[in-house]
Design a protein around this ligand. Structure first.
Ligand code: HEC
Ligand code: HEC
Length: 460
């Protein structure tokens, strides 16, 4: 065994030296302006350096991903002071019997409002019981067991020594991760970046015994706030309500937007449906002003009393907390999100032949690719459009600093088939989206072209 080990080490060294030599050759080849030599597929890959500053970059990238994943999934940024201490949401979840208030939230209820269970976090005994149907899914005590195992995606309970809940906090993963249902519906392996279109954020927040922080801020009574929260529905949240106080859009629709994908964002300049800023801008915005974590946030655009009366009153344009539990996490958090690829649609979920024809329509007669530029499927540059360009109302655009809509990157559309399309889900199907463009842009697409285009969209 030992001999083989030595031989293997020696072999690896030879391979390494050969690879290093070929890397030098590649470098020389590049210097002499010859075509670059492909270096992938070799055993000791010079593209994955381990020494010098190159090695430092490589290790840094790996650390940032690990750290960013941890933050995205588990960091509450101190927001338990809001969701727990102020709203007392944990009390409603554990219920009266376990030291809280009301009937409590059973796992069945939790799953029905779209909360997801991370099967990999379950202690083996609990996983076994769950598989065998031996966990009482109607008992809030089972929810507490899941929370103790840190298995509820995006929710952390802070427990006292005697097992009762002291507070709870939320994480990015609450809205921006789901699970693959490998164990049961709502229970499986995490899928970070996939929007949780089952999650009814409003219904969950409306469980909170104390909504005074919202009633004070918005100047609306308790029943009014609960009414607004319940008007959102599954897969939606309103990330601007506590800046402008606008709960309703045109035709009495709620002002909430769909939870967007948080994958496939590398190379995309502006984020959110109305392009508030970069990924890291938005992360600071959400962590401070939406999750109510404790950090630092600066955006003087929110000081506009006419446009953002609530933000101006609350001082969201300039948030300072000591200690700051957010700023030091922004770099890794951004890095992780940019590392999440758009998932590929499962085989058989679209007609490949039709999709191929649809690609031609997308880039040709339908003019889609003028804005959704492949392979990013948004414009490189300032990817913002006036509402009239895409033929919709200006309500949500006007709630943002630039009063425009950002071209949505289209990859991984298959993960967001629930809840409709466009920022507020106004088009229930891709067919409705295509019909809208066909009318608005006078594209004159045939029925065949339309179905091909839809298959192409499903293939992205
Ligand atoms: C309560 C649900 C919720 C939570 C928690 C949440 N987000 Fe979001 N996120 C949203 C919604 C809704 C939008 C769309 C907002 C808009 O367009 O106005 C959004 C937008 C985004 C976008 C922009 C995506 C795109 O296509 O441009 C990113 C990135 C993002 N969130 C990351 C995060 C991170 C990181 C965290 C944790 C710090 C977080 N979110 C916490 C609901 C949430
Ligand atoms: C003028 C630029 C422009 C053109 C041309 C354009 N789009 Fe869009 N597209 C946008 C913008 C901006 C949005 C975001 C709208 C919103 O969220 O309200 C969008 C959103 C979408 C969405 C919804 C994505 C989601 O997750 O909700 C789909 C699907 C889509 N476009 C497909 C197409 C197709 C197909 C074409 C060609 C027929 C096309 N687009 C042409 C700018 C454009």
């Amino acid at each position: 065994m030992k001999k083989w080990g030595t031989a293997a080490v020696f072999g690896a060294m030879v391979v390494f030296l050969l690879a290093a030599a070929s890397a030098r050759q590649a470098a020389v080849a590049q210097q002499t302006a010859q075509p670059a030599v492909a270096t992938s597929g070799r055993t000791a890959d010079p593209m994955r350096p381990t020494s010098g500053f190159d090695g430092e970059i490589q290790r840094h990238a790996e650390q940032m991903i690990d750290e960013g994943r941890r933050i995205f999934r588990y960091d509450t940024f101190g927001d338990e002071a809001f969701w727990g201490d102020q709203l007392k949401l944990h009390q409603a979840i554990v219920g009266q019997k376990l030291g809280g208030v009301g009937p409590g939230v059973s796992p069945k209820m939790a799953l029905s409002v779209g909360l997801k269970v991370d099967a990999d976090a379950l202690p083996p005994a609990l996983a076994e019981q769950l598989k065998a149907g031996k966990v009482d899914l109607d008992d809030p005590a089972s929810t507490v067991a899941l929370l103790k195992a840190n298995a509820v995606v995006g929710v952390t309970a802070f427990l006292n020594a005697d097992g009762t809940a002291r507070a709870m906090g939320v994480q990015c993963a609450l809205c921006h991760s789901t699970v693959d249902d490998a164990v049961a519906p709502g229970i499986g392996h995490r899928l970070d970046g996939w929007p949780n279109r089952d999650l009814d954020v409003g219904a969950i927040v409306a469980l909170a015994p104390n909504l005074k922080p919202y009633t004070d801020l918005l100047g609306v009574d308790d029943a009014g706030v609960r009414g607004v929260l319940k008007s959102w529905g599954p897969g939606k949240y309103d990330a601007e309500l506590n800046q402008d106080g606008k709960a309703k859009g045109p035709k009495d629709r709620s002002g909430a937007t769909l939870l967007p994908a948080a994958f496939g964002l590398a190379g995309v300049n502006l984020h959110t449906y109305s392009g508030w800023g970069s990924v890291t801008y938005w992360n600071a915005y959400v962590a401070n002003t939406q999750m109510h974590g404790k950090g630092t946030f600066f955006d003087p655009r929110l000081d506009d009393k006419g446009k953002f009366p609530i933000a101006a009153k609350a001082g969201y344009a300039n948030v300072r907390n000591t200690p700051d539990l957010i700023t030091a996490k922004l770099a890794a958090l951004q890095f992780y999100q940019l590392a999440i690829p758009a998932p590929k649609p499962p085989a058989g979920s679209f007609n490949a032949e039709a999709a191929q024809r649809g690609e031609g329509v997308f880039g040709g007669q339908a003019k889609c690719a003028t804005c959704h530029v492949p392979p990013l499927f948004t414009e490189p540059g300032w990817s913002m459009h006036k509402p009239a360009e895409i033929g919709i109302d200006d309500f949500q655009a006007d709630r943002s600093p630039d009063k425009r809509y950002r071209t949505t990157p289209l990859r991984g559309l298959f993960t967001r088939m629930k809840g409709g399309f466009y920022h507020d889900g106004r088009f229930p199907t891709l067919a409705a989206v295509v019909d809208h463009y066909n009318d608005h842009m006078k594209l004159n697409l045939s029925a065949q072209q339309k179905t091909d285009l839809i298959e192409y969209l499903k293939s992205l």
